[in-house]
Design a protein around this ligand. Structure first.
Ligand code: NOJ
Length: 538
């Protein structure tokens, strides 16, 4: 069996830095705060969480219109989060513990405060004019085309000074970079080199499937399946994204990224690829594996949480992936409601077992190991520009509340008033309390992570789903030449009795209830309501 890379074996933990741990006392998390919690993440013992890599959402200088996804300097750290010296310390301290560091790279757009854009907008003759996407109005005076911004309204804003429109598919403070311009491309490659030289182990590329647009910027057709009740400003969600996203030319750029990474040892390229259907998504690995190592797979977050639906989603992926293409699964992020709020609370434990036992790299969102739920954000505290523009129900703030470390003031996150309120349940739901409770969700995550780490069959073994007589359960075998195990997950609130074909017996090594380790017969395996088990076979 081929030796696996760290990004295939390991588990990635996403940190939203504003919300993780504040050491400067301004209510906003910082890089030093992450350093202070590295031992929590992995100190080499099973008392720590046991993740392998952290992905840190943007910490670059920014006007924070989109909380860091509007970068005004790609090669520095915003003073809110620290400085480059703190970043270097973070990399060194993470590496000392064997933790890899993945950073966010935001190639689709910069901030309108970025010196490149300031120059670009200064005049039509400026050498950086073409680093962004500028267009005249249509002959009838209308917008250059019909595209919408994902945050509402049209994707074009008028620049009075230079008399043209510029493109932004997010906020008007996030002008889109022009990847058809060779100098811009070279400058963005330099950014990658800058961080590779500083020792980062990989990049998560923000909306990378959007960076190239149709050369003629043609109008998008309407989406016949769009919800007719969408408010008028939701132009983006009423269209098919035929010309603004997923253009063929993006693949050449991804191969350039990989060629650059190949000059360094063992680095990894992850990309945010939006939903264009499985057959378009799979192209982001490249025809021969020369593009993204891991195009993020969000499919499990978008499906109804039912055993057979989730199984189909996994099976479809397993069928479509060529042997070089390594799967991955994401169950939570800073852009979607909290996992524990999307599922019945008891299913959060089943979700943990699923995520950490499927074949492929899991990405775990900070706080999901505690079962953090959507925070309640009073309307006057709303921060997210998406929520401010499209309505509180579209706000991403609820999934970004401060990490809950202990039952003290501000949940141990900060000595100051945090930028978003700490969730009301912090006195009972926090790292300290769950560490002391042997059957807590946090301890389940720890058990699963450390078990997975020691089991080649879970890290790299094959996957095969089984039918076992209940549509409410999802069962699969993970097999490796030296060991095998069975994972059985009950998605329902009822006891289920399963008959596992061609297997006689095994040992339950972990139950999501964390209360049994025992030899079982597989001719009749009983799962309690919302129970998942890992059964060691042979
Ligand atoms: C995707 C990021 O995950 C999201 O948080 C951000 O608002 C948009 N890209 C724009 O950068």
């Amino acid at each position: 069996m081929v030796k696996q890379a760290w990004w295939q074996r390991g588990v990635i933990y996403q940190i939203y830095p504003r919300s993780f741990n504040d050491t400067s006392g301004n209510g906003i998390g910082d890089l030093q705060g992450i350093i202070a919690k590295l031992d929590y993440l992995n100190d080499g013992t099973p008392d720590s969480l046991g993740i392998d890599a952290i992905w840190i959402s943007p910490f670059y200088p920014s006007s924070m219109a989109d909380f860091g996804y509007d970068v005004s300097d790609y090669c520095d750290v915003d003073p809110l989060f620290g400085d480059l010296a703190a970043f270097d310390r973070l990399v060194a301290e993470a590496h000392r513990r064997g933790i890899k560091v993945i950073i966010d790279y935001v190639p689709n757009h910069s901030s309108d405060r970025h010196p490149w854009f300031v120059e670009s907008r200064s005049s039509r003759a400026n050498p950086k004019r073409d680093w962004y996407i500028w267009r005249d109005p249509r002959p009838d005076g209308g917008l250059p085309n019909n595209w919408g911004s994902a945050f509402g309204g049209p994707a074009w804003s008028w620049d009075e000074g230079s008399g043209q429109y510029y493109l932004h598919q997010f906020l008007k403070e996030q002008p889109e970079l022009n990847w058809r311009n060779p100098q811009l491309r070279a400058a963005m490659m330099e950014v990658l080199r800058f961080w590779l030289e500083r020792g980062v182990d990989g990049f998560r590329m923000d909306v990378v499937s959007m960076i190239v647009k149709d050369a003629e910027l043609r109008d998008n057709p309407p989406d016949p399946q769009a919800d007719p009740a969408l408010p008028p400003n939701e132009i983006y969600r009423r269209q098919l994204h035929l010309y603004n996203e997923d253009q063929n030319e993006v693949h050449g750029i991804l191969r350039d990224f990989r060629r650059l990474l190949a000059n360094y040892q063992d680095r990894c390229l992850i990309g945010e690829v939006l939903d264009y259907g499985l057959s378009r998504w799979v192209r982001y690995y490249g025809p021969d594996g020369s593009e993204l190592h891991l195009p993020f797979n969000f499919r499990l977050m978008k499906q109804p949480w039912r055993a057979q639906v989730i199984r189909s989603s996994v099976d479809e992926l397993e069928v479509i992936l060529l042997p070089f293409a390594w799967p991955n699964y994401v169950l939570g992020s800073h852009d979607v409601p909290r996992l524990a709020s999307r599922l019945a609370p008891a299913q959060a434990r089943v979700a943990a077992m699923l995520l950490l036992t499927l074949r492929g790299t899991p990405t775990l969102y900070y706080g999901d190991e505690l079962g953090l739920e959507n925070g309640l954000i009073p309307s006057d505290k709303l921060q997210d520009p998406q929520g401010l523009r499209l309505g509180a129900q579209r706000s991403r703030d609820p999934a970004r509340t401060p990490m809950q470390w202990d039952g003290g003031p501000q949940a141990g996150f900060s000595v100051a008033q945090p930028w978003l309120p700490v969730s009301a349940d912090y006195r009972v739901r926090n790292v300290a309390a769950q560490s002391a409770d042997p059957s807590s969700l946090l301890n389940l995550y720890r058990r699963l992570l450390w078990y997975r780490r020691a089991r080649p069959c879970l890290q790299g073994g094959s996957y095969r789903a089984l039918d076992a007589g209940s549509n409410d359960c999802f069962l699969y075998l993970r097999e490796h030449p030296s060991q095998r195990c069975l994972v059985a997950l009950n998605f329902s609130g009822r006891v289920r009795h399963l008959t596992i074909p061609r297997e006689t017996g095994g040992v339950v090594v972990i139950s999501t209830y964390l209360d049994r380790e025992e030899t079982v017969s597989l001719a009749s395996l009983a799962l309690r309501p919302h129970e998942g088990v890992i059964v060691k076979l042979d």
